[in-house]
Design a protein around this ligand. Structure first.
Ligand SMILES: Cc1cc2nc3c(=O)[nH]c(=O)nc-3n(C[C@H](O)[C@H](O)[C@H](O)COP(=O)(O)OP(=O)(O)OC[C@H]3O[C@@H](n4cnc5c(N)ncnc54)[C@H](O)[C@@H]3O)c2cc1C
Length: 234
C-alpha cells in the first residue's frame, strides 16, 4: 500500500473534549484509502505560502475506506492543530497516506491489550473496531486513561461497544476524578489490577513520548517481557 496524496473534504467536526476534536474527512480523489488499523496519515497544512506536515493516527477502521477520522488535540500555538481548529464542514483538506508500521501482530493468537492516554487512543479505536468487525472472539482490552472523566474520548461509543460485545474489555481510568465510580489512578495501575497473566497477551502503547516511556518502564518493572510490548510514540 504505497502512500498516496488525497484530496478530501471535512464532513464533520465533533467536540470530543475541551481540547480534542474529531475530524471526519471524506476522501474525494482518490475516493478510498486502503490502510491497516494503526497506520497514520500526514496532513498538509498551508502556512504562509509553505506547507507544514503533521502526522495523525487514523481513528476509523479500515473497513470504512472512504472516510478517515482523526482525533486531534489542540496545542497552544501549534501550527497544525490551530489550523484544524478553524476547519468546518465542507472545507477542503489534503492528506497523504497510509503511513506507518504500528500494526497488529498476526496471526491473532493472543489477547491484545491496548493502553493509551488522550489522543493516543486514536489507533486503538481503529484496531478495536477492526477486530470486532472481524468477529474476533478472544478478549480485546482497552485501558484508556485521562486526567478528568470529561476528557475520556469516545466514552459513550466504547461503553456501548463493551455492552454488546462481551469480549471487548473497556476499562477507563481517571487520575483526577470528580464524580467517578470507575478506576482511579494511572493505566499502569489498572493494568496491574486487571491483567494478571501476560502469557497470552500482546501489549500495545500509544501516545505522547513521555507517557509511553513511563508506561513502558512500569510494564518492564512488572515483568512484562519486552518482546510483548509494542508502541508508537509521538
Ligand atoms: C505517528 C504520529 C501520529 C500522531 N497522531 C496524533 C493524533 O492522532 N492526534 C494528535 O493530536 N496528535 C498526533 N500526533 C502529533 C502531531 O503530529 C503533532 O505533533 C501535534 O498535533 C502538534 O502539532 P502542531 O503543528 O499543532 O504543533 P507544533 O507547531 O508542532 O508545536 C507547537 C509548540 O507546541 C509544542 N508541542 C507540540 N506537541 C505538544 C504537546 N502534545 N503538548 C505540549 N506541547 C506540545 C511544540 O514543542 C512547540 O513548542 C502524532 C504524531 C505522530 C508522529
Amino acid at each position: 500500500m504505497p502512500a498516496t496524496l488525497y484530496r478530501a473534504t471535512v464532513e464533520r467536526v465533533d467536540v470530543l473534549s475541551y481540547n480534542v476534536r474529531g475530524f471526519r474527512l471524506k476522501l474525494l480523489e482518490p475516493p478510498a484509502m486502503e490502510f491497516k488499523a494503526g497506520q497514520f496519515v500526514i496532513l498538509n497544512v498551508p502556512q504562509g505560502g509553505k506547507v507544514v506536515k503533521r502526522a495523525y493516527s487514523i481513528a476509523s477502521p479500515p473497513h470504512e475506506p472512504q472516510t478517515v477520522e482523526l482525533c486531534i488535540q489542540h496545542v497552544e500555538g501549534g501550527a497544525a492543530s490551530t489550523y484544524c481548529w478553524k476547519l468546518k464542514a465542507g472545507d477542503p483538506v489534503s492528506i497523504s497516506g497510509p503511513h506507518g508500521n504500528f500494526l497488529l501482530k498476526e496471526p491473532l493468537d493472543y489477547e491484545p491489550v491496548f493502553m493509551a492516554t488522550g489522543t493516543g487512543v486514536a489507533p486503538f479505536r481503529s484496531m478495536v473496531k477492526h477486530l470486532l468487525h472481524r468477529n474476533v472472539t478472544r478478549n480485546i482490552w482497552l485501558l484508556f486513561g485521562t486526567r478528568y472523566e470529561h476528557s475520556l474520548l469516545y466514552e459513550s461509543e466504547f461503553r456501548s461497544l463493551a455492552g454488546i460485545r462481551h469480549n471487548f474489555r473497556y476499562i477507563p481510568t481517571v487520575s483526577r476524578p470528580k464524580e467517578w465510580h470507575g478506576e482511579v489512578g494511572h493505566i499502569q495501575q489498572t493494568f496491574q489490577k486487571h491483567i494478571t497473566d501476560v502469557s497470552d497477551k500482546e501489549i500495545y502503547l500509544c501516545g505522547w513520548l513521555e507517557v509511553v516511556k513511563a508506561v513502558h518502564k512500569d510494564l518492564q518493572g512488572l515483568g512484562v517481557p519486552n518482546e510483548r510490548i509494542h508502541y508508537e510514540e509521538w
